[in-house]
Structure formats: structure tokens, C-alpha cells
Design a protein around this ligand. Structure first.
Ligand code: TYD
Ligand code: MG
Length: 457
């Protein structure tokens, strides 16, 4: 086998003969690094010299092979999110931005499981064992002896340890620090990550030990490098949020053994991440009273309704291109809604600086939030407050028309539970209603702006 120098993009994995600043595959800047290419004889010619494999009928598979028995981590919210716990031999990729709380949550899980007398192996790489110990001490009064660490980054050594010790759970923190001797390049580059993870994945499958691989994520939300691991692992979890806020969302992006739509909300406290039992109320706790530019909407997260507050501020632009600063929501979507507001609803904002924010540092992406975003912007533009007892949802089309959202009944119930009196929603043939809630059904954004009582002051 001959190793030749080639280059690969850390984001999409495209390979190049020459280094360049920008990947032509995905358009990302500064993601191309060294990679090793294995040049061997063409695979088909080698195939002739191999012994063929044995095929089997699916119907002959015994039930045990298919049934998903679970290893409970005993951390209740985590087990629930995964539909009962981790599946033996399964591999979970746990992603999130640096400092978001990945190691914290996994330390809590490691502690709960080891406190129940089960052995847990924490492979340190990102931090030194004493740093991990400091965190563990912060999270629990005593660290059980069955919680062990391995301070190695050689993937083959880690795999051998898993196969020999067969702990109840292995946490490898992180996949970016794994190293494989036979592969060229520094830890963290594509080929090292791929090779290191594959070795650990194989060890997990062979030993039946569930494995959690921590993957650092870049600012734009990509599992840097680990993106390529998504198809190799059984489950992909993503911890999201804003480091300067307390709320964190743990989402299931892929799950071979259960629902992918799941999502839990945690808050970061001095005792680690704690599950938030009523996230809607928590997110609305510090709402300003009768403030212009703010409105509450309800989206569906993990199949559950979640109310969140949206805030907009609009001010005349100084000079040059007006500013557009958006956090927690797709900024292109905000630009689109500004255009729709201007062209279809008579609320022009073209020469204004626009700031938009989802309160609590959470990120939301449902199109059902469009209407509330547009109303927050209109309210900010007119400096006229939407009454505090009003909630809104609906998708906004390019013609300024409102389109229905999924499961309106769940959202209505949540609005009523939280004490809202009026909801502004898209008009539907079969309008869903709920006793005790005034439904203002509108077919256009223009109508909705009126229904919200917004006018130029
Ligand atoms: P950490 O789990 O180290 O992040 P990651 O592994 O994703 O990089 O979390 C780091 C932050 O969490 C750090 O800023 C301190 C904070 N933290 C708490 O607020 N409370 C706690 O109990 C712990 C352990 C950490
Ligand atoms: Mg960490």
C-alpha cells in the first residue's frame, strides 16, 4: 500500500490533489487539510480472489437479533429521550459546540450509572483526567470506584481495553482527539477521525458495550469532521444553546432504535444540566410587560408544544447597508419575511436596521413561527405592542398568505394552559378551536397585523 499526499475538506469530505482556501465541494472556507489516500489495486479485480459470503433469509433471523434490549443509563431524562436507554453495542455521536455542556451531561450520566454499581469507562482526551475529576467532584459528593478513566488517545489501545474490560458504558471524549498510528496526519483531521471512530465502533459492536462518542461542532452547526461519522453511528444527539444563557436543547437527529423527533430542554446550573419540566413557562418567565417588538409563539419540538418569546428591534439605519442581526432563527427567513412585510403588508423596513432574537438562547427553525416573527417585526416597526395575552403562529407564503401548521390543537392547548386569551392563526377550512380561547383566523399577513391591533403610531 502506498500513501500519497492528498487534501480533504473537513466539512464535506471532498478530496483534492492540491490545497486551496475554499472547498469547491461545499463552498466552506479554511476547511481543507491534509489527508492520506490509500492507492491500491482496483477493488473489483481483488474481489475475484475473495471467498464469497453466505446469504441468509430475513425471515430466518431470530427475534433476539432484532429486539432492542436497552442498557439504562439511569439518567431518567436521557433514557427517556432515547426511548428507554442505550442499545447494547450501539454507538451514539454526541455533538455540540465547545463549552455547551457535553462533558457535563455525560459526566452526570457516568456518575448515575456508576453510583448504581455499574462500571463506566471515561476515555479522556479533550481534558486531563484531573480536570474531568474536578468536574465529577462538582457534580457528585463522591465518585464511585466503578467510574474509571483511560488517559490514552490511541484508538487501538482504547478498543482493546473495551474488549477486555467490557464496561457497562464507554464515553470517548472526544472523537477529535483519537489517533491511529497507521494513519497519517494529526488527530482531528478527517482520516484520523474516520479511522479512530471506526476502530471504536467495531469494538463496541463486538463487545456489546454501548459507546458514546463526543464530537465538537463548529460555529455553523456542522459536526466538523464527525459529519462523516453520521452514517456510521446508530444515534446522533446534538446539544444546542447559547453558552451565555442557561437553556440547552438536546435533540435526537438520528436514531436507529426509536424516534428522531425527540428533544429535551435542560438548564445549566451549578450542579450540572437539569431537566426543565415545563420549558414553555421557563422560557416565558422573564417576559417584559406590553413591550413593542415582542410576541409569543408556539412551536412543536420533539412532538411537544413549546412556547417561546420572539423579540425584534427596528431602528433607522445610519448609513450604508442596513444591519440585519438575527439570533436563534434563520436569518434568511427573517430577510424574506421583511420583504413580504414590505411588499404584501405595507410595512416597509428596507432602510432600517433590524435586530431579531429568540429569547432564552434557543434555536428554533419551524416555518410555523413565520407569522409571529413577522408580527414581532411589524410591532417593532410601528413601536406598537401586541397585547400580552395574544399568541400567534402560522407559515407565511411569498404572496403574504398564511398557511396552516401541523397539530394546531396541541398548540391551542398549550396557549390555554399558559393563560393566553387570544391566538392569531391561519384561516383553515376546518378551523380548530378550543373553549376559553378566542381564535382570530386570518388569511393574509395584512389581516393578521390588523388582528394583532398593530398600527402606525
Ligand atoms: P462542558 O461540559 O465542559 O462543555 P463541553 O464538554 O461541551 O465543551 O461545560 C462547560 C461549561 O459548563 C462551563 O462553562 C462551566 C459550565 N458548568 C456549569 O455551569 N455547571 C456545572 O455543574 C458544570 C460541571 C459546568
Ligand atoms: Mg468537553
Amino acid at each position: 500500500m502506498k500513501n500519497e499526499q492528498i487534501y480533504a475538506c473537513a466539512k464535506c469530505g471532498a478530496q483534492f490533489q492540491k490545497w486551496s482556501g475554499r472547498c469547491t465541494g461545499c463552498g466552506a472556507w479554511g476547511t481543507i487539510g491534509e489527508d492520506a489516500l490509500e492507492t491500491e489495486e482496483a477493488a473489483p479485480s481483488r474481489a475475484l480472489s475473495k471467498k464469497p459470503g453466505k446469504t441468509n433469509a430475513f425471515s430466518d433471523l431470530t427475534k433476539e437479533n432484532g429486539s432492542a434490549e436497552r442498557v439504562k443509563t439511569l439518567h431518567a431524562p436521557f433514557d427517556e429521550l432515547l426511548g428507554g436507554g442505550l442499545v447494547p453495542g450501539s454507538v451514539t455521536l454526541f455533538g455540540g459546540e465547545p463549552g455547551i455542556g457535553k462533558s457535563t451531561l455525560l459526566s452526570q450520566i457516568a456518575l448515575t450509572l456508576s453510583q448504581a454499581g455499574q462500571s463506566v469507562l471515561y476515555v479522556t482526551g479533550e481534558e486531563s483526567p484531573s480536570q474531568v475529576r474536578l468536574r465529577l467532584e462538582r457534580l457528585a459528593p463522591a465518585i464511585p470506584p466503578s467510574l474509571r478513566f483511560l488517559d490514552r488517545n490511541d484508538a487501538e489501545v482504547i478498543a482493546a481495553t473495551i474488549l477486555k474490560e467490557k464496561p457497562a458504558l464507554v464515553i470517548a471524549d472526544s472523537v477529535q482527539t483519537l489517533r491511529v498510528e497507521s494513519v497519517s496526519g494529526e488527530p482531528g483531521n478527517i482520516s484520523q477521525i474516520k479511522a479512530g471512530a471506526s476502530i471504536l465502533i467495531e469494538a463496541a459492536k463486538k463487545s456489546g458495550v454501548p459507546l458514546v462518542l463526543v464530537g465538537q461542532v463548529t460555529k455553523d452547526g456542522d459536526l466538523a469532521g464527525p459529519r462523516l461519522l453520521e452514517h456510521l453511528v446508530d444515534t446522533v444527539l446534538m446539544l444546542e444553546g447559547d453558552r451565555s444563557h442557561t437553556f440547552r436543547m438536546l435533540r435526537v437527529l438520528k436514531h436507529r432504535f426509536g424516534n428522531t423527533e425527540e428533544c429535551s430542554v435542560f438548564s445549566m446550573t451549578e450542579r450540572g444540566l437539569e431537566i426543565v419540566s415545563d420549558p414553555s413557562s421557563a422560557l416565558l418567565a422573564d417576559r417584559p410587560v406590553q413591550a413593542s417588538g415582542t410576541i409569543v409563539s408556539c412551536l412543536l419540538e420533539g412532538g411537544h408544544p413549546l412556547a417561546c418569546e420572539l423579540q425584534a428591534l427596528i431602528a433607522p439605519a445610519g448609513y450604508g447597508t442596513p444591519l440585519r442581526r438575527v439570533s436563534g432563527f434563520d436569518s434568511n427567513r427573517v430577510s424574506l419575511l421583511l420583504a413580504v412585510l414590505g411588499r404584501r403588508a405595507g410595512v416597509p423596513c428596507a432602510d432600517m436596521d433590524v435586530f431579531f432574537n429568540v429569547v432564552g438562547g434557543i434555536r428554533v427553525s419551524e416555518p410555523g413561527l413565520d407569522l409571529a416573527v413577522a408580527l414581532a417585526l411589524a410591532s417593532a416597526k410601528y413601536d406598537c405592542a401586541v397585547p400580552d395575552s395574544v399568541m400567534a403562529w402560522g407559515e407565511v407564503g411569498l404572496a403574504g398568505e398564511l398557511r396552516p401548521v401541523s397539530r394546531p390543537e396541541a398548540r391551542l392547548k398549550e396557549a390555554k394552559r399558559l393563560g393566553f386569551k387570544t391566538v392569531i392563526v391561519p384561516k383553515q377550512k376546518k378551523q380548530v378551536t378550543l373553549d376559553g380561547l378566542e381564535i382570530r383566523a386570518c388569511s393574509t399577513l395584512r389581516e393578521a397585523i390588523q388582528a394583532a391591533g398593530l398600527k402606525k403610531s
